[in-house]
Design a protein around this ligand. Structure first.
Ligand code: G3I
Length: 330
């Protein structure tokens, strides 16, 4: 697909135009080795999420071993370039280290594992990581609790414990629950809000909700997205569009992969960002793109026809970028 013939806008520092933080998920190896990748991130974004480096499987590879090498370099990068670092993610059923899934012990032993894991990682990063996705994807589509080793071995108190342990290790960090499809599955959103609301009422520190926002050019409807975000806000949570992308392929539109589709993606981007800006300024934790260029996306790994992000594989702006920018200036 030809994206070069559509220069409806120029590259400008996106985050400087925005009245909320603009983030990107970062591939550590590319950040270190690829100068163009690094420079584009520095010039366009003011919030960084590690796509892999801070997941349990990477950062806590054995019960008594932690690997903070990439995290420490990300912390230095963020300090040097004045970027916010958002930690992703302390507890995620898919991100577990292999040893966690094999661990054997009673409820207290599992609780100890969870506590050590969270205390050590959050404690190590205290003061340098502004916010955490403490718990990722703990609910099923129907609003029931997703089965995972923590639920199985500790019981549903594990959810409360995750947030309590994170707050103990860094009382100043902002703590998030992160999940997908919250904007398209009202029963899931409702269950998450009720559950987290009950914990908050008990005094558990939960500051915000990450709505991942893995969307596509047709779905979800903009009114559903905006209403879901407003509902999260109305329950007193910060709203982070935490893993935003707009797939072309997932919409079943592969047959019309032409520049009209990229334009449509641009107008989708504009309406979604404009909707986000209608939230109160204090509720807007930011919008984080889940990757830099189309070729960096997890969706591209699944299908290299997809073009879900703001920049093409040569780091040229796409209509999606222009749509984002237009939403900031209107
Ligand atoms: O780095 C290795 C490489 O050495 C190896 O040759 C290759 C072979 O498969 O794998 C590479 O690692 C892959 C890694 O991405 C880097 O590309 C892993 O297999 C693959 O599982 C991993 O996928 C990531 C996935 O989370 C699982 O951690 C995606 O990049 C990342 O975008 C995705 O992000 C998740 C969020 O954390 C949570 N929400 C959903 C989102 C999308 O699935």
């Amino acid at each position: 697909m030809d994206t070069e013939k559509d220069p409806s806008c120029n590259k400008v520092p996106l985050f400087e135009k925005a009245d909320f933080p603009v983030g990107v998920a970062v591939d550590f190896a590319k950040l270190i080795r690829d100068e163009a990748y690094r420079n584009l991130i520095i010039s366009q974004f003011n919030s960084i999420t590690a796509e892999q480096s801070m997941k349990a499987s990477f950062i806590h590879p054995a019960r008594d071993a932690y690997n903070f090498s990439e995290t420490d370099q990300l912390i230095e990068f963020c300090k040097k370039h004045n970027k916010r670092l958002h930690g992703h993610t302390l507890v995620w059923y898919k991100g577990n280290a292999k040893w966690m899934d094999k661990f054997k012990g009673d409820k207290d032993a599992w609780d100890q594992v969870l506590k050590e894991h969270i205390h050590t990682i959050v404690g190590h990063c205290r003061g340098n990581v502004k916010s955490w996705d403490v718990l990722n994807e703990a609910f099923n589509d129907d609003g029931s609790l997703r089965q995972n080793v923590w639920l199985k071995n500790i019981g549903e108190e594990y959810i409360e414990k995750c947030f309590r342990y994170a707050a103990e290790a860094d009382p100043a960090a902002l703590l998030f629950y992160n999940d997908f499809d919250l904007e398209s599955r009202p029963e899931k959103l409702d269950a998450v809000l009720k559950y987290l609301g009950r914990l908050k009422a008990k005094g558990v520190k939960i500051d915000g909700i990450g709505m991942q926002m893995h969307t596509n050019v047709n779905f979800p409807y903009i009114t559903d997205i905006n209403m879901a975000a407003m509902e999260v806000e109305a329950h007193g949570f910060l709203v982070h569009y935490s893993e935003f992308d707009i797939s072309l392929v997932k919409a079943g539109t592969l047959w019309m992969m032409d520049k009209h589709l990229l334009k449509r993606q641009g107008s989708r981007m504009k309406e979604i960002v404009a909707g986000y800006r209608r939230l109160g300024s204090k509720s807007r934790f930011g919008i984080t793109m889940w990757g830099l260029s189309d070729a960096d996306s997890w969706l591209y790994d699944k299908n290299d026809h997809d073009r879900p992000l703001l920049f093409d594989k040569r780091y040229k702006v796409k209509p999606a970028y222009c749509g984002f920018l237009e939403a900031l200036t209107e």
